[in-house]
Design a protein around this ligand. Sequence first.
Ligand code: GLU
Length: 621
Amino acid sequence: MERVHDQRLSPVQAFLDSLHAKYAPLTEGDVATYIPELANADPELFGICIATTDGFVYEVGHSRHEFTIQSISKPFVYGLALDDNGPDQMMTKVGVEPSGDAFNAISLHKVTGCPLNPMINAGAIATTGQIVADTPEQRIERIIGMFARYAGRPLQVDQAVYVSEHRTGHRNRAIGHLLRNFEVLTDEPTATVDTYFKQCAISMTCGDLALMGATLANQGINPLTGEQAIRSEHVENVLSVMASCGMYDFSGGWIYNVGMPAKSGVAGGVLAVLPGQLGIGVYSPRLDPQGNSVRALKVCEELSRAWELHQFNPPYCPQNSRRLTYTCAQRNSSRTRHSAERAWLRDEGNSIHVVELQGNLAFSTTEPIIREVVERVGRPRGVILDFHHVTSINGIASRLLVDLARDLRRDGTVVYLTHTHLLPMLRQQVISRLDDPLASETLFRFHSSDSALEQCEDDLLKDRAAPQSPAAAQQFRDYEISSGLSAEELAVFARLLTKETYNASDFIIRHGDEATSLFLITKGVVGVWLGTVGGDGRRMSSFSVGTMVGEMAFLDGVKRSANVVAEGDVECAVFQVADFVGLQASHPVIHTKILRNIGISLATRLRKLNQDVSILSTQRA
Ligand code: GLU
Protein backbone atom coordinates (compact mmCIF):
# COMPACT_ATOMS: atom_id res chain seq x y z
CA MET A 1 0.00 0.00 0.00
CA GLU A 2 1.43 3.38 -1.00
CA ARG A 3 1.45 5.43 2.18
CA VAL A 4 3.79 8.25 1.41
CA HIS A 5 2.84 10.95 -1.05
CA ASP A 6 4.51 13.53 -3.22
CA GLN A 7 3.53 16.88 -1.78
CA ARG A 8 5.93 19.29 -3.40
CA LEU A 9 3.36 22.07 -3.59
CA SER A 10 2.10 21.73 -0.05
CA PRO A 11 3.14 24.33 2.57
CA VAL A 12 2.92 21.54 5.13
CA GLN A 13 5.51 19.58 3.20
CA ALA A 14 7.56 22.73 2.64
CA PHE A 15 7.75 23.35 6.37
CA LEU A 16 8.91 19.79 7.02
CA ASP A 17 11.54 20.18 4.29
CA SER A 18 12.75 23.41 5.86
CA LEU A 19 12.96 21.81 9.31
CA HIS A 20 14.96 18.96 7.86
CA ALA A 21 17.32 21.35 6.12
CA LYS A 22 17.64 23.46 9.25
CA TYR A 23 18.57 20.62 11.58
CA ALA A 24 20.53 18.31 9.27
CA PRO A 25 23.76 20.25 10.01
CA LEU A 26 23.26 19.73 13.77
CA THR A 27 25.84 17.13 14.78
CA GLU A 28 25.64 17.32 18.57
CA GLY A 29 25.21 14.14 20.55
CA ASP A 30 26.46 10.58 20.21
CA VAL A 31 25.14 7.37 18.75
CA ALA A 32 24.34 4.77 21.46
CA THR A 33 27.09 2.19 21.78
CA TYR A 34 26.16 0.10 24.82
CA ILE A 35 24.37 -2.25 22.45
CA PRO A 36 27.38 -2.78 20.15
CA GLU A 37 25.33 -3.14 16.97
CA LEU A 38 23.71 0.28 17.48
CA ALA A 39 27.17 1.86 17.28
CA ASN A 40 27.19 0.98 13.57
CA ALA A 41 24.33 3.37 12.80
CA ASP A 42 25.19 6.14 10.34
CA PRO A 43 24.94 9.30 12.50
CA GLU A 44 23.96 11.40 9.50
CA LEU A 45 20.66 9.57 8.94
CA PHE A 46 17.74 11.90 9.52
CA GLY A 47 14.09 11.32 8.61
CA ILE A 48 10.85 13.06 9.58
CA CYS A 49 7.32 11.76 8.98
CA ILE A 50 3.89 13.04 9.96
CA ALA A 51 0.77 10.89 9.64
CA THR A 52 -2.71 12.34 9.92
CA THR A 53 -5.67 10.55 11.45
CA ASP A 54 -7.01 9.97 7.95
CA GLY A 55 -3.82 8.11 7.08
CA PHE A 56 -1.93 10.66 5.01
CA VAL A 57 1.84 10.44 5.52
CA TYR A 58 4.24 13.34 4.86
CA GLU A 59 7.91 12.42 4.70
CA VAL A 60 11.29 14.05 4.34
CA GLY A 61 14.85 12.76 4.48
CA HIS A 62 15.69 9.16 5.39
CA SER A 63 12.10 8.42 6.14
CA ARG A 64 12.27 4.89 4.73
CA HIS A 65 15.44 3.84 6.49
CA GLU A 66 14.83 1.00 8.93
CA PHE A 67 16.08 1.19 12.50
CA THR A 68 15.17 -0.67 15.68
CA ILE A 69 12.27 0.54 17.75
CA GLN A 70 14.00 -0.04 21.13
CA SER A 71 12.18 1.69 23.98
CA ILE A 72 9.46 3.01 21.71
CA SER A 73 8.16 -0.57 21.87
CA LYS A 74 7.38 -0.12 25.57
CA PRO A 75 4.10 1.83 25.46
CA PHE A 76 2.75 -0.41 22.69
CA VAL A 77 3.54 -3.62 24.55
CA TYR A 78 1.99 -2.01 27.63
CA GLY A 79 -1.15 -1.43 25.53
CA LEU A 80 -1.22 -5.10 24.54
CA ALA A 81 -0.78 -6.10 28.18
CA LEU A 82 -3.71 -3.84 29.10
CA ASP A 83 -5.83 -5.51 26.41
CA ASP A 84 -4.80 -8.91 27.77
CA ASN A 85 -5.19 -8.24 31.49
CA GLY A 86 -7.07 -4.98 32.05
CA PRO A 87 -5.75 -1.89 33.89
CA ASP A 88 -6.50 -3.15 37.41
CA GLN A 89 -4.46 -6.30 37.03
CA MET A 90 -1.64 -4.36 35.33
CA MET A 91 -1.55 -1.92 38.22
CA THR A 92 -0.66 -4.79 40.57
CA LYS A 93 2.44 -5.41 38.46
CA VAL A 94 3.62 -2.02 37.19
CA GLY A 95 2.86 1.50 38.45
CA VAL A 96 2.37 4.69 36.47
CA GLU A 97 4.56 7.13 38.41
CA PRO A 98 7.57 8.87 36.86
CA SER A 99 10.66 7.41 38.49
CA GLY A 100 13.21 10.18 38.13
CA ASP A 101 15.72 7.35 37.59
CA ALA A 102 17.63 6.41 34.45
CA PHE A 103 15.82 4.14 31.99
CA ASN A 104 17.95 1.17 32.95
CA ALA A 105 17.93 1.82 36.71
CA ILE A 106 17.21 -1.03 39.03
CA SER A 107 14.26 0.91 40.35
CA LEU A 108 11.42 -0.86 42.12
CA HIS A 109 8.79 0.43 44.53
CA LYS A 110 10.08 0.20 48.10
CA VAL A 111 7.04 -1.58 49.46
CA THR A 112 5.54 -3.54 46.58
CA GLY A 113 8.71 -4.31 44.67
CA CYS A 114 6.86 -3.30 41.49
CA PRO A 115 8.55 -1.16 38.85
CA LEU A 116 7.38 2.44 39.00
CA ASN A 117 6.21 2.68 35.40
CA PRO A 118 6.22 0.68 32.15
CA MET A 119 8.61 3.08 30.37
CA ILE A 120 11.71 2.19 32.39
CA ASN A 121 13.32 -1.12 31.56
CA ALA A 122 12.17 -2.79 34.79
CA GLY A 123 8.56 -1.85 34.05
CA ALA A 124 8.86 -2.82 30.41
CA ILE A 125 10.26 -6.27 31.18
CA ALA A 126 7.53 -6.80 33.78
CA THR A 127 5.00 -5.74 31.13
CA THR A 128 6.38 -8.13 28.52
CA GLY A 129 5.94 -10.87 31.11
CA GLN A 130 2.22 -10.05 31.22
CA ILE A 131 1.57 -10.74 27.55
CA VAL A 132 -0.60 -13.81 27.45
CA ALA A 133 1.09 -16.71 25.62
CA ASP A 134 1.88 -20.38 26.10
CA THR A 135 5.45 -20.14 24.86
CA PRO A 136 8.09 -17.41 24.37
CA GLU A 137 7.73 -17.90 20.59
CA GLN A 138 4.03 -17.29 20.76
CA ARG A 139 4.59 -14.24 22.94
CA ILE A 140 6.96 -12.51 20.50
CA GLU A 141 4.67 -13.50 17.61
CA ARG A 142 1.78 -11.78 19.34
CA ILE A 143 3.92 -8.71 19.98
CA ILE A 144 5.13 -8.51 16.35
CA GLY A 145 1.53 -9.03 15.16
CA MET A 146 0.39 -6.16 17.36
CA PHE A 147 3.04 -3.83 15.87
CA ALA A 148 2.00 -4.92 12.37
CA ARG A 149 -1.56 -3.82 13.13
CA TYR A 150 -0.31 -0.38 14.14
CA ALA A 151 2.05 0.00 11.19
CA GLY A 152 -0.28 -1.61 8.67
CA ARG A 153 2.44 -3.88 7.30
CA PRO A 154 4.40 -6.98 8.39
CA LEU A 155 7.43 -6.25 10.57
CA GLN A 156 10.51 -8.23 11.57
CA VAL A 157 13.11 -8.46 14.29
CA ASP A 158 16.53 -7.12 13.25
CA GLN A 159 18.57 -10.21 14.09
CA ALA A 160 21.93 -8.43 14.32
CA VAL A 161 20.65 -5.91 16.87
CA TYR A 162 18.80 -8.60 18.81
CA VAL A 163 21.84 -10.87 18.99
CA SER A 164 24.00 -7.93 19.99
CA GLU A 165 21.76 -7.05 22.92
CA HIS A 166 21.22 -10.69 23.79
CA ARG A 167 25.00 -11.02 24.20
CA THR A 168 25.49 -7.89 26.24
CA GLY A 169 22.24 -7.21 28.08
CA HIS A 170 23.35 -8.45 31.51
CA ARG A 171 21.90 -5.51 33.32
CA ASN A 172 18.43 -6.19 31.89
CA ARG A 173 18.84 -9.85 32.87
CA ALA A 174 19.66 -8.71 36.38
CA ILE A 175 16.50 -6.63 36.40
CA GLY A 176 14.57 -9.69 35.21
CA HIS A 177 15.86 -11.75 38.12
CA LEU A 178 15.03 -9.01 40.57
CA LEU A 179 11.49 -8.92 39.19
CA ARG A 180 11.33 -12.67 39.64
CA ASN A 181 12.54 -12.27 43.21
CA PHE A 182 9.66 -9.91 44.00
CA GLU A 183 7.28 -12.19 42.11
CA VAL A 184 6.41 -9.44 39.66
CA LEU A 185 7.53 -12.02 37.11
CA THR A 186 6.32 -15.46 38.01
CA ASP A 187 8.09 -17.42 35.24
CA GLU A 188 11.73 -18.07 34.58
CA PRO A 189 12.93 -14.50 33.81
CA THR A 190 15.56 -15.19 31.12
CA ALA A 191 12.97 -16.03 28.45
CA THR A 192 10.95 -12.90 29.23
CA VAL A 193 14.03 -10.69 29.05
CA ASP A 194 14.91 -12.35 25.75
CA THR A 195 11.43 -11.57 24.40
CA TYR A 196 11.98 -8.00 25.58
CA PHE A 197 15.28 -7.86 23.62
CA LYS A 198 13.44 -9.06 20.52
CA GLN A 199 10.62 -6.56 20.90
CA CYS A 200 13.24 -3.77 21.17
CA ALA A 201 14.92 -5.04 17.99
CA ILE A 202 11.80 -4.85 15.81
CA SER A 203 12.80 -2.90 12.76
CA MET A 204 10.76 -0.03 11.33
CA THR A 205 10.90 3.32 9.58
CA CYS A 206 9.87 6.70 10.87
CA GLY A 207 6.90 6.45 8.46
CA ASP A 208 5.84 3.38 10.45
CA LEU A 209 6.29 5.30 13.70
CA ALA A 210 4.17 8.19 12.43
CA LEU A 211 1.40 5.84 11.38
CA MET A 212 1.55 4.03 14.70
CA GLY A 213 1.18 7.43 16.35
CA ALA A 214 -1.75 8.29 14.08
CA THR A 215 -3.34 4.98 15.11
CA LEU A 216 -3.09 5.97 18.76
CA ALA A 217 -4.41 9.42 17.85
CA ASN A 218 -7.34 7.70 16.12
CA GLN A 219 -8.77 5.71 19.05
CA GLY A 220 -6.50 2.79 18.28
CA ILE A 221 -7.77 2.29 14.73
CA ASN A 222 -5.16 2.22 11.99
CA PRO A 223 -6.44 4.95 9.65
CA LEU A 224 -5.25 3.11 6.52
CA THR A 225 -6.30 -0.46 7.22
CA GLY A 226 -9.19 0.27 9.59
CA GLU A 227 -7.77 -2.40 11.92
CA GLN A 228 -8.16 -1.96 15.67
CA ALA A 229 -4.59 -2.16 16.98
CA ILE A 230 -5.50 -1.66 20.65
CA ARG A 231 -8.85 -1.43 22.38
CA SER A 232 -9.97 2.21 22.28
CA GLU A 233 -10.45 2.42 26.03
CA HIS A 234 -6.75 1.65 26.63
CA VAL A 235 -5.40 4.36 24.33
CA GLU A 236 -5.65 6.90 27.13
CA ASN A 237 -3.64 4.67 29.48
CA VAL A 238 -0.87 4.26 26.94
CA LEU A 239 -0.72 7.96 26.07
CA SER A 240 -0.77 8.93 29.75
CA VAL A 241 2.37 6.95 30.59
CA MET A 242 4.00 8.34 27.46
CA ALA A 243 3.11 11.87 28.58
CA SER A 244 4.49 11.41 32.10
CA CYS A 245 7.43 9.07 31.54
CA GLY A 246 8.07 8.72 27.79
CA MET A 247 11.19 10.87 27.29
CA TYR A 248 13.50 9.52 29.97
CA ASP A 249 14.63 12.22 32.38
CA PHE A 250 13.45 14.94 30.07
CA SER A 251 9.78 13.91 30.31
CA GLY A 252 8.76 17.00 32.31
CA GLY A 253 10.63 19.41 30.07
CA TRP A 254 9.24 17.69 26.99
CA ILE A 255 5.59 17.88 27.99
CA TYR A 256 6.14 21.50 29.06
CA ASN A 257 7.70 22.51 25.74
CA VAL A 258 6.16 20.18 23.20
CA GLY A 259 2.91 19.21 24.89
CA MET A 260 2.41 15.81 23.25
CA PRO A 261 2.69 12.29 24.65
CA ALA A 262 5.88 10.84 23.19
CA LYS A 263 8.41 8.04 23.48
CA SER A 264 11.99 7.85 22.40
CA GLY A 265 14.38 4.94 21.92
CA VAL A 266 18.15 4.57 22.05
CA ALA A 267 18.38 3.80 18.34
CA GLY A 268 17.39 7.43 17.70
CA GLY A 269 13.68 7.21 17.05
CA VAL A 270 11.06 9.50 18.60
CA LEU A 271 7.33 9.02 18.32
CA ALA A 272 4.94 11.82 19.33
CA VAL A 273 1.16 11.70 19.30
CA LEU A 274 -1.31 14.55 19.18
CA PRO A 275 -4.52 12.83 20.27
CA GLY A 276 -7.26 13.09 17.69
CA GLN A 277 -4.95 14.75 15.18
CA LEU A 278 -1.66 13.20 14.16
CA GLY A 279 1.36 11.05 14.76
CA ILE A 280 4.97 12.20 14.34
CA GLY A 281 7.93 9.90 13.72
CA VAL A 282 11.49 11.26 13.68
CA TYR A 283 14.73 9.33 13.31
CA SER A 284 18.24 10.59 13.91
CA PRO A 285 20.70 8.40 15.86
CA ARG A 286 22.74 11.00 17.74
CA LEU A 287 21.49 11.17 21.35
CA ASP A 288 21.77 13.79 24.05
CA PRO A 289 22.95 12.85 27.58
CA GLN A 290 19.39 11.90 28.56
CA GLY A 291 19.20 9.43 25.68
CA ASN A 292 16.87 11.41 23.39
CA SER A 293 17.66 12.06 19.74
CA VAL A 294 19.05 15.60 19.53
CA ARG A 295 17.59 16.45 16.13
CA ALA A 296 14.26 14.79 16.91
CA LEU A 297 13.86 16.96 20.00
CA LYS A 298 14.53 20.11 17.99
CA VAL A 299 12.16 19.07 15.23
CA CYS A 300 9.33 18.23 17.63
CA GLU A 301 9.78 21.41 19.65
CA GLU A 302 9.70 23.54 16.56
CA LEU A 303 6.79 21.66 14.99
CA SER A 304 4.76 22.06 18.16
CA ARG A 305 5.44 25.80 18.29
CA ALA A 306 4.97 26.49 14.59
CA TRP A 307 1.80 24.44 14.18
CA GLU A 308 0.44 25.25 17.65
CA LEU A 309 0.18 21.61 18.60
CA HIS A 310 0.58 21.86 22.38
CA GLN A 311 -2.14 19.64 23.71
CA PHE A 312 -2.86 21.78 26.74
CA ASN A 313 -3.74 24.79 24.65
CA PRO A 314 -6.01 23.37 21.96
CA PRO A 315 -6.70 25.73 19.06
CA TYR A 316 -10.44 25.40 19.25
CA CYS A 317 -13.11 24.81 21.80
CA PRO A 318 -15.77 22.31 20.86
CA GLN A 319 -18.76 23.98 19.26
CA ASN A 320 -22.35 23.47 20.21
CA SER A 321 -23.52 20.66 17.98
CA ARG A 322 -26.93 22.19 17.27
CA ARG A 323 -27.17 22.71 13.55
CA LEU A 324 -30.74 23.87 13.33
CA THR A 325 -33.94 23.91 15.34
CA TYR A 326 -37.43 24.72 14.20
CA THR A 327 -40.98 23.97 15.13
CA CYS A 328 -43.71 22.62 12.98
CA ALA A 329 -45.28 26.08 13.11
CA GLN A 330 -42.24 27.42 11.25
CA ARG A 331 -41.55 24.62 8.84
CA ASN A 332 -43.63 21.63 7.76
CA SER A 333 -42.71 18.30 6.31
CA SER A 334 -42.68 17.81 2.56
CA ARG A 335 -46.35 16.70 2.65
CA THR A 336 -48.52 19.01 0.58
CA ARG A 337 -51.64 19.61 2.61
CA HIS A 338 -54.89 21.40 2.16
CA SER A 339 -54.82 25.07 3.20
CA ALA A 340 -57.10 24.43 6.21
CA GLU A 341 -54.63 21.84 7.51
CA ARG A 342 -51.70 24.14 6.88
CA ALA A 343 -53.40 26.86 8.91
CA TRP A 344 -53.96 24.43 11.77
CA LEU A 345 -50.32 23.37 11.77
CA ARG A 346 -49.26 27.01 11.78
CA ASP A 347 -51.40 27.64 14.87
CA GLU A 348 -50.68 24.43 16.77
CA GLY A 349 -47.28 23.37 15.46
CA ASN A 350 -45.27 25.07 18.21
CA SER A 351 -45.44 21.90 20.23
CA ILE A 352 -43.48 19.87 17.65
CA HIS A 353 -39.72 20.50 17.66
CA VAL A 354 -37.08 19.38 15.23
CA VAL A 355 -33.47 19.59 16.41
CA GLU A 356 -30.78 18.84 13.85
CA LEU A 357 -27.44 17.87 15.36
CA GLN A 358 -24.06 18.02 13.70
CA GLY A 359 -20.37 17.23 14.05
CA ASN A 360 -18.77 15.24 16.83
CA LEU A 361 -21.05 14.61 19.76
CA ALA A 362 -19.18 14.42 23.06
CA PHE A 363 -20.07 15.86 26.46
CA SER A 364 -19.17 19.46 25.73
CA THR A 365 -20.95 19.58 22.36
CA THR A 366 -24.04 17.72 23.53
CA GLU A 367 -24.65 19.39 26.88
CA PRO A 368 -25.86 22.67 25.24
CA ILE A 369 -28.33 20.64 23.17
CA ILE A 370 -29.74 18.97 26.26
CA ARG A 371 -29.98 22.36 27.96
CA GLU A 372 -31.74 23.90 25.02
CA VAL A 373 -34.24 21.09 24.52
CA VAL A 374 -35.06 21.08 28.21
CA GLU A 375 -35.39 24.87 28.40
CA ARG A 376 -37.04 25.59 25.09
CA VAL A 377 -39.57 22.95 24.56
CA GLY A 378 -41.56 23.09 27.80
CA ARG A 379 -44.09 20.29 27.45
CA PRO A 380 -43.76 19.34 23.81
CA ARG A 381 -45.94 16.90 21.96
CA GLY A 382 -43.16 15.79 19.70
CA VAL A 383 -39.37 16.07 19.56
CA ILE A 384 -37.37 14.88 16.57
CA LEU A 385 -33.61 14.61 17.04
CA ASP A 386 -31.99 14.37 13.63
CA PHE A 387 -28.48 12.83 13.43
CA HIS A 388 -27.98 13.19 9.69
CA HIS A 389 -25.02 15.56 10.02
CA VAL A 390 -23.43 13.93 13.03
CA THR A 391 -19.92 12.69 12.33
CA SER A 392 -19.35 10.75 15.52
CA ILE A 393 -20.91 10.21 18.90
CA ASN A 394 -19.20 8.92 22.00
CA GLY A 395 -20.55 6.99 24.95
CA ILE A 396 -21.50 9.91 27.19
CA ALA A 397 -23.22 11.85 24.39
CA SER A 398 -25.22 8.74 23.50
CA ARG A 399 -26.21 8.21 27.11
CA LEU A 400 -27.25 11.82 27.65
CA LEU A 401 -29.37 11.93 24.51
CA VAL A 402 -30.96 8.56 25.16
CA ASP A 403 -31.77 9.56 28.74
CA LEU A 404 -33.29 12.79 27.45
CA ALA A 405 -35.43 10.81 24.99
CA ARG A 406 -36.48 8.42 27.74
CA ASP A 407 -37.48 11.21 30.14
CA LEU A 408 -39.37 13.13 27.46
CA ARG A 409 -41.27 9.96 26.60
CA ARG A 410 -42.14 9.43 30.25
CA ASP A 411 -43.60 12.92 30.20
CA GLY A 412 -45.83 11.96 27.28
CA THR A 413 -43.79 13.43 24.44
CA VAL A 414 -43.43 11.48 21.21
CA VAL A 415 -39.69 11.26 20.43
CA TYR A 416 -38.08 10.15 17.20
CA LEU A 417 -34.34 9.73 16.60
CA THR A 418 -33.70 9.92 12.87
CA HIS A 419 -30.74 9.11 10.59
CA THR A 420 -29.16 6.95 13.27
CA HIS A 421 -28.24 3.97 11.09
CA LEU A 422 -24.52 4.92 11.00
CA LEU A 423 -24.31 5.41 14.76
CA PRO A 424 -24.23 1.93 16.32
CA MET A 425 -23.10 3.35 19.66
CA LEU A 426 -26.29 5.38 19.95
CA ARG A 427 -28.50 2.49 18.90
CA GLN A 428 -26.77 0.26 21.40
CA GLN A 429 -27.42 2.75 24.20
CA VAL A 430 -31.09 2.93 23.29
CA ILE A 431 -31.42 -0.82 23.49
CA SER A 432 -29.56 -1.09 26.78
CA ARG A 433 -31.07 1.95 28.52
CA LEU A 434 -34.69 1.57 27.48
CA ASP A 435 -35.91 -1.72 28.86
CA ASP A 436 -39.04 -1.59 26.74
CA PRO A 437 -38.22 -2.92 23.25
CA LEU A 438 -41.32 -1.24 21.85
CA ALA A 439 -40.00 2.11 23.03
CA SER A 440 -36.73 1.63 21.15
CA GLU A 441 -38.62 0.57 18.03
CA THR A 442 -40.67 3.75 18.18
CA LEU A 443 -37.60 5.90 18.66
CA PHE A 444 -36.08 4.53 15.47
CA ARG A 445 -39.34 4.22 13.56
CA PHE A 446 -38.43 6.82 10.94
CA HIS A 447 -35.22 7.01 9.00
CA SER A 448 -35.68 10.63 7.98
CA SER A 449 -36.83 13.56 10.06
CA ASP A 450 -39.16 14.53 7.23
CA SER A 451 -41.15 11.31 7.64
CA ALA A 452 -41.09 11.71 11.42
CA LEU A 453 -42.36 15.25 11.09
CA GLU A 454 -45.07 14.11 8.70
CA GLN A 455 -46.23 11.63 11.34
CA CYS A 456 -46.19 14.29 14.08
CA GLU A 457 -48.27 16.55 11.83
CA ASP A 458 -50.77 13.78 11.15
CA ASP A 459 -51.08 13.17 14.88
CA LEU A 460 -51.57 16.86 15.54
CA LEU A 461 -54.23 17.11 12.84
CA LYS A 462 -56.19 14.28 14.42
CA ASP A 463 -57.06 16.69 17.24
CA ARG A 464 -58.49 19.12 14.80
CA ALA A 465 -62.20 19.81 15.21
CA ALA A 466 -64.53 18.78 12.37
CA PRO A 467 -64.90 19.38 9.53
CA GLN A 468 -61.90 17.27 8.75
CA SER A 469 -60.60 17.22 5.24
CA PRO A 470 -63.01 18.26 2.53
CA ALA A 471 -65.29 15.47 1.37
CA ALA A 472 -66.10 14.55 -2.19
CA ALA A 473 -69.80 14.94 -1.39
CA GLN A 474 -69.27 18.64 -1.01
CA GLN A 475 -68.84 18.76 -4.76
CA PHE A 476 -65.22 19.78 -4.49
CA ARG A 477 -66.18 23.09 -2.94
CA ASP A 478 -63.22 23.06 -0.60
CA TYR A 479 -60.69 21.72 -3.05
CA GLU A 480 -57.84 24.00 -3.95
CA ILE A 481 -58.40 23.56 -7.66
CA SER A 482 -62.01 24.71 -7.47
CA SER A 483 -61.70 27.45 -4.91
CA GLY A 484 -63.88 30.42 -5.81
CA LEU A 485 -66.17 28.49 -8.19
CA SER A 486 -69.89 29.21 -7.82
CA ALA A 487 -72.31 26.34 -7.17
CA GLU A 488 -73.20 26.16 -10.90
CA GLU A 489 -69.58 26.29 -11.93
CA LEU A 490 -68.76 23.54 -9.44
CA ALA A 491 -71.47 21.36 -10.94
CA VAL A 492 -70.00 21.83 -14.43
CA PHE A 493 -66.53 21.09 -13.13
CA ALA A 494 -67.57 18.00 -11.15
CA ARG A 495 -69.20 16.45 -14.24
CA LEU A 496 -65.80 16.43 -15.94
CA LEU A 497 -64.16 14.36 -13.21
CA THR A 498 -63.94 10.59 -13.11
CA LYS A 499 -63.35 8.63 -9.94
CA GLU A 500 -60.41 6.22 -9.63
CA THR A 501 -59.51 4.00 -6.69
CA TYR A 502 -56.09 2.58 -5.86
CA ASN A 503 -54.68 0.07 -3.42
CA ALA A 504 -51.46 0.54 -1.46
CA SER A 505 -48.39 0.68 -3.76
CA ASP A 506 -50.45 1.14 -6.94
CA PHE A 507 -48.89 3.61 -9.35
CA ILE A 508 -51.04 6.65 -10.04
CA ILE A 509 -48.44 8.34 -12.23
CA ARG A 510 -45.36 6.78 -13.78
CA HIS A 511 -42.17 8.62 -14.56
CA GLY A 512 -41.91 9.23 -18.33
CA ASP A 513 -45.63 8.80 -19.10
CA GLU A 514 -47.52 11.31 -21.24
CA ALA A 515 -49.09 13.88 -18.95
CA THR A 516 -52.77 13.97 -19.84
CA SER A 517 -54.54 14.54 -16.53
CA LEU A 518 -54.31 15.77 -12.99
CA PHE A 519 -55.46 13.96 -9.86
CA LEU A 520 -57.49 15.46 -7.07
CA ILE A 521 -56.94 13.40 -3.97
CA THR A 522 -60.27 12.62 -2.38
CA LYS A 523 -59.07 9.90 0.02
CA GLY A 524 -55.73 8.79 1.44
CA VAL A 525 -52.18 9.89 0.82
CA VAL A 526 -49.97 9.58 -2.27
CA GLY A 527 -46.15 9.63 -2.27
CA VAL A 528 -43.98 11.22 -4.96
CA TRP A 529 -40.80 9.29 -5.74
CA LEU A 530 -37.72 10.00 -7.79
CA GLY A 531 -36.15 6.72 -8.90
CA THR A 532 -37.27 3.27 -7.83
CA VAL A 533 -40.20 3.37 -5.47
CA GLY A 534 -39.27 1.90 -2.09
CA GLY A 535 -35.82 0.87 -3.37
CA ASP A 536 -32.90 3.22 -3.68
CA GLY A 537 -35.24 5.93 -4.97
CA ARG A 538 -36.13 8.95 -2.90
CA ARG A 539 -39.56 9.90 -1.59
CA MET A 540 -39.60 13.59 -2.39
CA SER A 541 -42.98 14.57 -1.04
CA SER A 542 -46.53 13.44 -0.51
CA PHE A 543 -50.01 14.81 -1.00
CA SER A 544 -53.19 14.40 0.99
CA VAL A 545 -56.91 15.04 0.62
CA GLY A 546 -57.95 18.33 -0.93
CA THR A 547 -54.71 18.80 -2.88
CA MET A 548 -53.86 17.99 -6.47
CA VAL A 549 -50.97 16.13 -8.02
CA GLY A 550 -49.81 16.13 -11.65
CA GLU A 551 -51.07 19.63 -12.36
CA MET A 552 -47.87 20.64 -14.13
CA ALA A 553 -49.27 18.78 -17.14
CA PHE A 554 -51.86 21.55 -17.46
CA LEU A 555 -49.14 24.12 -17.90
CA ASP A 556 -46.38 22.67 -20.01
CA GLY A 557 -47.50 19.21 -21.17
CA VAL A 558 -44.04 17.79 -20.51
CA LYS A 559 -43.85 14.05 -19.69
CA ARG A 560 -44.18 12.92 -16.07
CA SER A 561 -41.04 13.63 -14.07
CA ALA A 562 -41.66 11.38 -11.06
CA ASN A 563 -43.58 8.33 -9.86
CA VAL A 564 -46.67 8.86 -7.77
CA VAL A 565 -47.79 5.93 -5.67
CA ALA A 566 -50.75 5.23 -3.40
CA GLU A 567 -49.80 4.88 0.28
CA GLY A 568 -52.74 2.83 1.48
CA ASP A 569 -56.25 3.06 0.01
CA VAL A 570 -56.51 6.08 -2.19
CA GLU A 571 -59.29 7.65 -4.21
CA CYS A 572 -58.77 10.36 -6.77
CA ALA A 573 -60.96 12.43 -9.03
CA VAL A 574 -59.22 12.58 -12.39
CA PHE A 575 -59.34 15.71 -14.49
CA GLN A 576 -58.25 15.39 -18.14
CA VAL A 577 -56.15 18.05 -19.82
CA ALA A 578 -58.43 17.70 -22.87
CA ASP A 579 -61.48 18.61 -20.74
CA PHE A 580 -59.63 21.53 -19.26
CA VAL A 581 -58.77 22.78 -22.76
CA GLY A 582 -62.44 22.27 -23.74
CA LEU A 583 -63.50 24.55 -20.89
CA GLN A 584 -61.69 27.42 -22.53
CA ALA A 585 -64.31 27.58 -25.27
CA SER A 586 -67.34 26.32 -23.33
CA HIS A 587 -66.80 28.01 -19.92
CA PRO A 588 -63.93 30.48 -20.15
CA VAL A 589 -64.57 31.89 -16.65
CA ILE A 590 -64.27 28.44 -15.07
CA HIS A 591 -61.16 27.81 -17.15
CA THR A 592 -59.58 31.03 -15.91
CA LYS A 593 -60.47 30.34 -12.27
CA ILE A 594 -59.02 26.82 -12.42
CA LEU A 595 -55.89 28.06 -14.11
CA ARG A 596 -55.53 30.65 -11.40
CA ASN A 597 -56.03 28.02 -8.66
CA ILE A 598 -53.36 25.82 -10.21
CA GLY A 599 -51.08 28.83 -10.22
CA ILE A 600 -51.86 29.50 -6.55
CA SER A 601 -51.16 25.88 -5.66
CA LEU A 602 -47.78 26.00 -7.37
CA ALA A 603 -47.01 29.39 -5.81
CA THR A 604 -47.82 28.02 -2.36
CA ARG A 605 -45.43 25.15 -2.86
CA LEU A 606 -42.73 27.45 -4.19
CA ARG A 607 -43.21 29.74 -1.21
CA LYS A 608 -42.77 26.79 1.14
CA LEU A 609 -39.58 25.79 -0.65
CA ASN A 610 -38.24 29.32 -0.35
CA GLN A 611 -39.09 29.39 3.31
CA ASP A 612 -37.42 26.01 3.81
CA VAL A 613 -34.28 27.28 2.13
CA SER A 614 -34.31 30.37 4.29
CA ILE A 615 -34.77 28.41 7.54
CA LEU A 616 -32.19 25.83 6.54
CA SER A 617 -29.58 28.37 5.54
CA THR A 618 -29.90 31.19 8.05
CA GLN A 619 -29.64 29.42 11.40
CA ARG A 620 -26.29 28.92 12.98
CA ALA A 621 -25.43 26.94 16.02
N1 GLU B 1 16.77 -2.42 24.44
C1 GLU B 1 17.20 -1.25 25.13
C2 GLU B 1 17.52 -1.54 26.56
O1 GLU B 1 16.78 -2.20 27.21
C3 GLU B 1 16.14 -0.21 25.02
C4 GLU B 1 16.53 1.05 25.73
C5 GLU B 1 15.90 2.28 25.20
O2 GLU B 1 15.62 2.40 24.01
O3 GLU B 1 15.69 3.17 26.02
O4 GLU B 1 18.55 -1.15 27.06
